[in-house]
Design a protein around this ligand. Structure first.
Ligand code: G3H
Ligand code: 13P
Ligand code: ZN
Length: 285
């Protein structure tokens, strides 16, 4: 039996049943444990994803090994996914490391180049049963001070998404629809009709990045419009720091890392639980 489920498998059911699977960024052991333990408690399928930053910090082999240990113990389906893979080589390295899903983020490239490399990643990944996420439109980072007008210009063009999906064969597509990475408050205004339009034209599971900054009501509308995978990182980071703050305030002399990180883990678990329930993927394992 395969250890990891693919995103394609998890997202197909989500699409059919109208919920979204949570994709949480994993950087160290405590974060991985917090995500998988909560998914287990909520009986939710779950995606753990490693970004370029995570791979630089922990090493791709460490991340794959830690997620494997956690997935072996889990009774819920777990996918190990590459988040924002920058190039073809990075994608192949993650396939080799055992990832069940990868992402080629060519959103900053001209469309033809994005299509060519995404197609190449799909050609390789699909041979070994690994699923592929592409990205269209550009999702800015919080702090870049992008105006509403600029944000709208960066959104995914529906006609291009149709062409991209047809020409590449990607299994899912991340789209820029007013979402912004790394927002600490939930104030992003997303273009739900655009999601609906892209869903109609592509008919594949759509992915919403930067979801920490999106109000709960908009998240629910986005799921109804066709979003099947939702990425969360910043809310976990906030919970981690909150946990450490609580424990050090209670006991400023605490020096046991297990007690400090243990509290961080408790807070992260509650953040993950809130999102799993919001996305409606609890009891869907
Ligand atoms: O989408 C980006 C994620 O929040 C990962 O960020 O590269 O700092 O790990 P990172
Ligand atoms: P946030 O950090 O805004 O939650 O976004 C996460 C993300 O999109 C990872 O790819
Ligand atoms: Zn992202």
């Amino acid at each position: 039996m395969k250890l990891f489920a693919t995103n394609a498998f998890l997202l197909q059911r989500a699409k059919e049943e109208g919920y979204a699977v949570g994709a949480f960024n994993a950087n160290n052991m405590e974060i991985i444990q917090a995500i998988i333990e909560t998914a287990e408690e909520e009986k939710a399928p779950v995606i753990l994803q490693a970004s370029q930053g995570a791979i630089q910090y922990a090493g791709v082999d460490y991340i794959a090994a830690m997620v494997k240990v956690a997935a072996e113990r889990a009774t819920v389906p777990v996918s190990l996914h590459l988040d924002h893979g920058t190039d073809f080589e990075q994608n192949v390295k993650c396939i080799r490391a055992g990832f069940s899903s990868v992402m080629f983020d060519g959103s900053k490239l001209p469309l033809p180049e994005n299509i060519t490399i995404a197609r190449k990643v799909c050609d390789v990944a699909h041979i070994v049963g690994v699923s592929v996420e592409g990205e269209l439109g550009q999702i800015p980072k919080s702090g870049e001070n992008v105006t509403r007008e600029q944000l709208e210009k960066l959104m995914a063009n529906p006609q291009e998404t149709e062409e991209f999906v047809k020409k590449t064969g990607v299994d899912s597509l991340a789209i820029a629809v007013g979402n912004v990475h790394g927002m600490k408050t939930r104030e992003a205004q997303i273009d739900v009709p655009r999601i609906k339009k892209i869903q109609k034209l592509t008919n594949i599971p759509l992915v919403l990045h930067g979801a920490s900054g999106i109000p709960d009501e908009s998240v629910k509308q986005a799921i109804k419009a066709g979003i099947c995978k939702i990425n969360i990182d910043t809310e976990i980071r906030k919970a981690f720091v909150r946990g450490i703050g609580i424990i050090l305030k209670e006991n400023p002399n605490e020096i046991d890392p297990r007690k400090i990180l243990g509290k961080a883990k408790t807070e992260m678990k509650e953040a993950v639980r809130e999102k799993i329930r919001l996305f409606g993927c609890n009891n869907k394992a």
